[in-house]
Design a protein around this ligand. Structure first.
Ligand code: 0X9
Ligand code: ZN
Length: 739
């Protein structure tokens, strides 16, 4: 591995800062001197396969989305992080050797930029990052200036009692709900990802400016959008964490105390939490006094809290989410254990959100469901598979699936359009939950090329599209992009091939909003009812957590019929995405199985046999290893797996590095695999332990129990159930006179 020693000056200052502690004595324990003296680093870890990247994330390290075909970037917050990486045999290069020093450099760059540019081309004209209070103040101002168009909404409160504030924008925003669909945007689930709050806030300004200014180039387009739909923007989803990261408390120390390399107050102030990721929950399930978070002992604020983007329901507790509370990806003690995710769940369950973007930083990516490798066998025994709406040929003959929409948005911001799982597995993320529970399209945007919060000038360029992107920042995700998304939607005509490209995230957001109001990509209910009647649609369904426990979600939304006595209700499809498609690929009881322990000495292999008496659809197998170090099970080893047919011919292999290797084999032409004796060969190519566990199953793909168990919306009028209706994506169903 290669280390670049971090600056001695900063190391000394960090130690000096201890003596000048701003933390009230006796509050919470301070971290040890060793941890304080370690400057957080951004390192590029050699990781040639996805399994390497998953393995690094599984160590509980703070893995970023910035990865290429052979590396992933990781934030090392402490000497312990560094030791853990080394102990597991990983090698790395240092990219930003001292994030604290970089933080101060950014502060200086931003101060110079702001001084030279009192006003910028952003819709708000801003020239520097906001602090938490700015968001609420601006939202209040926008609502006060545009009372019929914008209003403040408070969707809940955080662990430390801060408001979760949003802005709702649409024509006649204060009138009762009238059946228009919602485009929803979030920012700052992760504390340190400041641009992810800036861009949605700018989009709020942009929509209002374009609507109110008849000379604005997008005036007609935005009037149309805000007449046909509503935008809801929650710029800061993790206000406690954001505030801690941005200012280390209620005051922005960087504006109060002039910063310089020689100012230790700054070192203990903003940078102390500048790279915090999670929320501010100090002890699972317990409320805490405001201010606990910034005082908590945790290098870089990393250890404290729940990763809100692992805390959502539906497959909660699966791969890519840790059960260890100190991990960067701690999923929390239960799905929706955190008030921040509860509030977002409540919002998504009470409005018809047809398209959603959860903004993050960084890596220039547009990520879409699903979050785990589709070959992974899920809690119901079936492979997770692709999202059923990956491709969707609408009535206009064009492809309006999630892949195609991602592609159109990517043409604007220059990002790579890909699946969430392509870099590493995740479960419990916002868009996986919302898509599973509602069928509304959902994406994660990873804004920016290099850093969690780059100099502000880059934020402006990311919004306006003045950044020059090749395919993505290094061109380094291109290979993964073509393999995963390339041939997904063959046959459907591409949409909007004449669209101008390079319009930045503002244009990508507008395209997403247009998708949200486009009835070709959601569903519509029409009918008549007395003026003033309240029409409610509701659906309850379960989706398993990763351990198989059914987890219930209810969506209940309402609209009021206007004086015409006719209504048009834009809704998501009545059947949730995975309800049908997963049935088709359900696996039957094993016709043959093997559960064995074996040994394969270093650089040697060993074999086991699986005897199959009757032809079968598929064989799947998993080899796993673990070995103890200092009493702890360390799970990374290299056992490769190969499947050989009855005549000894190689059929499939799994050669990734990681705790497990899995393969799944079926006949390429869909024929049954013949009966016979199959061989599983386990090879040990990394000499740490010789013992392995092997499981193998031969199974048929069984037909669905019933041909179709679709879900229906239950429709009520003024609280009285009147009918149940089945409506698909792209369909309009006339309910006639409902009451
Ligand atoms: O890990 C996350 O929560 C997101 N990346 S970040 O660096 N901003 O933390 C990505 C979530 C969706 N991505 C995947 N499914 N991989
Ligand atoms: Zn994030």
């Amino acid at each position: 591995m290669s280390f670049r020693p971090r600056s001695t000056v900063v190391a000394l200052l960090a130690v000096a800062a201890l003596g000048l502690s701003l933390v009230p004595a006796g509050a919470l324990p301070l971290v040890t001197t060793t941890e304080q003296a370690f400057a957080p680093q951004l390192v590029t870890v050699d990781a040639p396969t996805r399994a390497h990247r998953n393995a690094i994330a599984d160590l509980g390290l703070d893995v970023t989305e910035h990865a290429g075909h052979d590396y992933v970037e990781v934030v090392l917050h402490s000497a312990a992080d560094e030791a853990l990486l080394a102990a597991n045999g990983f090698t790395w290069d240092v990219r930003i050797g001292d994030l604290i020093a970089r933080e101060m450099e950014r502060i200086e760059l931003d101060a110079a930029f702001a001084a030279a540019n009192p006003v910028t081309d952003l819709p708000s004209g801003r020239n520097a990052y906001r602090v938490l209070a700015d968001f609420g103040n601006e939202i209040d101002q926008l609502a006060a200036d545009n009372p019929d168009l914008a209003k403040r909404i408070t969707i809940g409160t955080s662990v430390e009692g801060r408001d979760l504030t949003g802005i709702e924008i649409g024509v006649d925003v204060n009138e009762p709900e009238d059946g228009r669909p919602v485009f929803l945007m979030f920012g700052a689930h992760h504390a340190r990802e400041w641009p992810s709050a800036e861009l949605p806030m700018e989009f709020a300004h942009d929509l209002i400016d374009a609507f109110t200014d008849s000379t604005h180039p997008d005036h007609a387009r935005v009037v149309d959008l805000l007449t046909r739909g509503r935008a809801i923007i929650v710029p800061v989803s993790n206000p406690d964490g954001y505030d801690a990261s941005r200012t280390s408390g209620a005051v922005d120390l960087n504006t109060v105390v002039p910063q310089s390399l020689y100012n230790p107050v700054t070192i203990l102030g903003t940078p102390g939490n500048a790279y915090k990721r999670k929320n501010c929950r100090y002890v699972d399930g317990q409320s805490q006094p405001a201010g606990t978070c910034v005082l908590a002992a945790s290098p870089g604020g990393l250890g404290i809290g729940v990763d809100l983007n692992r805390n959502y329901g539906g497959l909660w507790g699966g791969p890519g989410a840790s059960g260890e509370s100190t991990s960067a990806t701690y999923r929390g003690p239960a799905p929706f254990s955190e008030p921040e995710t509860q509030a977002i769940r409540n919002l998504i369950s009470t409005r018809q959100v047809t398209t959603l973007i959860s903004n993050h930083t960084f890596s220039n990516l547009i990520l879409r469901p699903v979050g785990v490798n589709p070959a992974t066998v899920g809690p119901d025994g079936s492979p997770i598979g692709f999202a059923p709406d990956e491709c969707f040929t609408a009535a206009d003959g064009h492809d309006h699936g999630m892949q195609a929409l991602g592609e159109r948005m990517a043409a604007q911001n220059g990002y790579s359009n890909q699946f969430g799982w392509e870099l590493y597995d995740t479960t419990g993320t916002t868009e996986d939950y919302s898509y599973n529970a509602t069928g509304g399209y959902g994406y994660t945007f990873e804004i920016g090329a290099h850093e969690f919060h780059p100099p502000y000038e880059e934020v402006i360029a990311e919004y306006l599209g003045t950044t020059s992107h090749a395919t993505n920042v290094d061109g380094d995700n291109a290979a993964e992009l073509t393999t995963a998304a390339g041939d997904a939607c063959e046959g459907a005509a591409p949409t909007h091939t004449d669209e101008t490209v390079g319009g930045g995230n503002r244009e990508a957001y507008l395209i997403a909003f247009e998708n949200a109001v486009n009835s070709a990509t959601h569903a519509v209910l029409t009918g008549t009812a007395p003026a003033g009647a309240e029409i409610t649609v509701s659906r309850t369904g379960t989706f398993p957590l990763w351990d198989g426990t059914p987890f219930e979600d209810t969506v209940t939304t309402s609209m009021t019929v206007d004086e015409t006595g006719e209504f048009t209700y834009h809704v998501n499809p009545s059947t949730r995405p995975f309800v049908d498609s997963r049935k088709a690929s359900q696996l039957g009881e094993p016709v043959a199985e093997l559960q064995a322990t074996g040994t394969a000495p270093p650089l040697r292999s060993s074999t086991q046999t699986l005897v199959i008496d009757t032809p079968v659809d598929l064989i799947r197998a998993t080899v796993s290893t673990s070995f103890p170090v200092d009493g702890q099970a360390v799970r990374y080893n290299e056992m490769h797996l190969q499947l050989l047919g009855p005549n000894g011919q190689p059929l499939a292999s799994a050669t990734e590095f990681g705790p497990t290797n899995s393969l799944l084999y079926s006949d390429p032409e869909g024929k049954k695999l013949p009966a016979g004796t199959y061989t599983l060969r386990v090879s040990n190519s990394l000499a740490v332990t010789s013992q392995y566990d092997l499981e193998a199953y031969a199974q048929d793909v069984v037909a669905p129990v019933t041909t179709r168990t679709p879900e229906m919306w239950t429709v009520s009028c003024d609280g009285v159930e009147v009918t149940r209706v089945l409506v698909d994506r792209g369909e309009t169903v006339d309910l006639n006179t409902v009451c």
